[in-house]
Design a protein. Structure first.
Length: 447
């Protein structure tokens, strides 16, 4: 740990010196060149730097070499992950790190900085490579959306020891504000399959959240904004085929004279509508890719009949399920709020169909309709053994600003009655409709 601290300090100190040098260079440029150079400093920082720490037996060979990936990305986030903050919390003169006890099944090591501002977590080489590839998109996302729920990273490191062994780790800023005492913590994935904390564990999971009857009690407009932001964030993660990430939620109590108004986003948290609580939330642990191994695990869950509940599903379905869980089980506590996005709601009336394909071997179908907008899916009931079904169902969707240029996707399926083959329903037909056409007025579809 002493060598790790020394390496982190040396690399952060290099970032400070680099900043001063580049600023001196920029000051020498004419005004038009300054703009170009400033843009370069902010948006083209991808690099790998190394620092040696310790000397073996007083010789010339370093005890350990620590490499940092894309260090300037984290400085440019404007999120308290700059070199000064890293040195103060994790540098050579900072107090000893503290080991963190977690519910993680990965067996990775977690360390807290003394001021609880940062967490150091060991990861695998594949996880580090995936995060490094994501850095340009991550930087653009965080800089354009400072309200993003995605955790702020402070560094990605490769530690190579003299004997040739390697350790990989990342530094991330804590989701919680250390000035507040967190009374309850939940790690939520949006799955109810074996998602319950064990005896002795302090961090609750999805089933514990449901059993406790907990809700984030927020002002309606704040709920809509938070739900919309979470959907945008998970879309970024699904683009990189990431899955198994969690929404970490911490709940702290507020005193009556705290001075915080309902919905205020203070100290990194959001104040409840009754001003009794402050919530801290962030998306963490998004370093697992939906690989061939995970696809095989998903097929096993399908065979077990747990395809829709298990944690391991495709990246797109994982994001959709978590978005709907947050919106419907974490935030919203009334049907009216559940239908609202930042700009309104959509009502889709599914009436009937004629002459559908007979997909079952008995010469009929069990048709149902799925309508999708963004990451929200709504379903009608399946009508058994009927190629001319009448549903007369009304489906409601929250509509937010980022949905404006998206399509409404309507798909008709034949339901497979064998639950162990869930997900293999037969496709009967589909159509797409731009939301912009609906915004101009009601649209009637007949096809």
């Amino acid at each position: 740990l002493v060598l790790l601290r020394e390496g982190i300090h040396a690399l952060a100190d290099h970032g400070l010196r680099r900043r001063v040098l580049l600023q001196m260079l920029e000051d020498q440029f004419p005004q038009n060149a300054k703009c170009v150079f400033s843009m370069y400093r902010k948006w083209l920082p991808l690099a790998q730097r190394s620092a040696d720490a310790g000397r073996a037996d007083g010789g010339c060979s370093p005890e350990v070499t620590i490499s940092s990936f894309s260090p300037e990305v984290f400085e440019n986030l404007n999120a308290g992950t700059d070199p000064e903050r890293i040195i103060a919390s994790l540098g050579r003169d900072s107090p000893d790190y503290r080991e963190l006890s977690t519910n993680s099944k990965s067996g990775e090591l977690f360390l807290f900085s003394h001021d609880r501002q940062f967490i150091i977590k060991t990861i695998t080489q594949k996880e580090l490579q995936l995060l490094a590839r994501m850095m340009p998109a991550y930087q653009s996302h965080i800089r354009s959306m400072p309200q993003s729920l995605i955790v702020r990273y402070g560094g990605l490191f490769h530690i190579q020891w003299r004997d040739g062994t390697s350790t990989y780790c990342m530094v991330m800023k804590s989701v919680f504000n250390p000035e507040f005492s967190i009374l309850e913590t939940f790690d939520l994935k949006g799955s109810l399959h074996h998602r319950k904390k064990k005896t002795g564990e302090s961090v609750g999971k999805d089933e514990d959240w449901i059993a406790s009857g907990s809700r984030m009690k927020l002002v309606g407009s704040v709920q809509c904004e938070l739900s919309a932001q979470h959907e945008i964030d998970t879309h970024l993660l699904s683009r990189f085929k990431m899955m198994d990430y969690s929404i970490l939620v911490g709940i702290a109590r507020l005193h009556e004279n705290s001075g915080f108004g309902p919905g205020n986003q203070k100290a990194g948290g959001i104040v409840s509508s009754d001003r009794s609580e402050i919530y801290f939330a962030g998306i963490i642990d998004f370093s697992i890719k939906y690989s061939l191994k995970k696809q095989a695990e998903n097929l096993l869950r399908v065979a077990q009949g747990a395809a829709t509940k298990a944690s391991c599903v495709s990246a797109d379905r994982y994001a959709e399920r978590q978005v709907q869980f947050l919106h419907e089980r974490v935030l919203v506590d009334t049907p009216e709020l559940g239908q609202l996005g930042t700009i309104g709601s959509l009502r889709a009336e599914v009436l009937e169909a004629h002459n559908l394909v007979a997909a079952d071997w008995m010469g009929a179908s069990d048709p149902y309709v799925c309508i999708k907008l963004g990451m929200f899916r709504r379903y009608t009931q399946a009508i058994p053994q009927n190629c001319n079904p009448i549903w007369n169902s009304a489906l409601h969707f929250p509509v937010s600003e980022h949905h404006r240029n998206q399509d409404i996707e309507v798909t008709v399926w034949d339901e497979d009655k064998i639950r162990s083959l869930a997900g293999n329903d037969d496709f009967l037909g589909s159509l797409r409709l731009p939301l912009t056409s609906v915004v101009r007025g009601p649209v009637e579809l007949s096809r």
